[in-house]
Design a binder for this molecule. Structure first.
Ligand SMILES: [Zn+2]
Length: 234
């Protein structure tokens, strides 16, 4: 059974823009949330949204595009093309979108960091960074009866979280049985099997870390068998 992950993306019908509310002095006695918006926000232009569902089966690799985002203007560009990048709890697209840049920015840094591990084939640090990653704290697992080939569906609550799962898949995440670390029975080195073909990884069924270990082990085996054959019977 293959697992795929989908998410619902919310997109303003007229796109997004950067709005700078400036930095008004805090109103005495008012809480941060109750006050007027301050600082730079990304805002949906029309306040009316459409929704579209995407799936990891499409292999969109939008996390690669996030790596080029370095300013509020570039977030707007990204969101005009691909929709709202984050989603608050209960956000179904029925309300206008507005979010402070300083709240989005750390998430983009997180995606960029993870993307650099994906690029380097560094599964270990990728997984270590996922431990306690706040982007992964809500995900819903569902079963899609219409798609028996990918019956196990994980619903990612936002495009941000969706991209993390997409990156996970780069390491063969949706094929856990085919991917992993193995210990070479000849030299004891740990090596990777499965995953993407262009990374430094051995075939899924590889038993040894290298061809030289494979042939050395086979030679040693022949020698052992030879010895066994010449052992005089008692
Ligand atoms: Zn070896």
């Amino acid at each position: 059974m293959r697992a795929s992950v989908r998410t619902t993306i919310i997109r303003d019908l007229a796109g997004y823009e950067v709005r700078d509310y400036g930095n008004p002095a805090p109103v005495p006695g008012a809480s941060l949330l109750a006050g007027p918006p301050s600082g730079i926000h990304i805002v949906g232009k029309s306040g009316t949204n459409e929704t579209v569902t995407i799936s990891t089966a499409q292999n969109l690799r939008r996390w690669e595009k996030v790596r080029r985002i370095n300013s509020p203007e570039e977030i707007v560009e990204f969101m005009n093309a691909w929709g709202q990048i984050s989603r608050w709890l209960g956000d179904d697209g029925s309300k206008p979108y507005s979010e402070a840049y300083i709240l989005i920015e750390p998430h983009l840094q997180s995606i960029k960091q993870l993307a650099s591990y994906v690029e380097g084939g560094d599964k270990r640090n990728f997984y270590l960074s996922l431990t306690g990653n706040r982007l992964l704290d809500r995900a819903i697992i569902a079963v899609d009866v219409n798609e028996p080939d990918s019956a196990f569906i994980v619903e990612a609550p936002s495009l941000l979280r969706f991209m993390i799962v997409e990156m996970w898949n780069e390491f063969g995440g949706e094929r856990p049985a085919d991917f992993g670390f193995r210990i070479c029975p000849h030299c004891g080195t740990q090596f990777q099997v499965g995953g993407r073909r262009d990374t430094k990884t051995r075939r899924t069924d590889a038993r040894f870390c290298s061809d030289s270990c494979r042939s050395m082990a086979s030679r040693a085996r022949v020698k052992l068998q030879g010895k066994a054959a010449f052992t005089p019977p008692r």
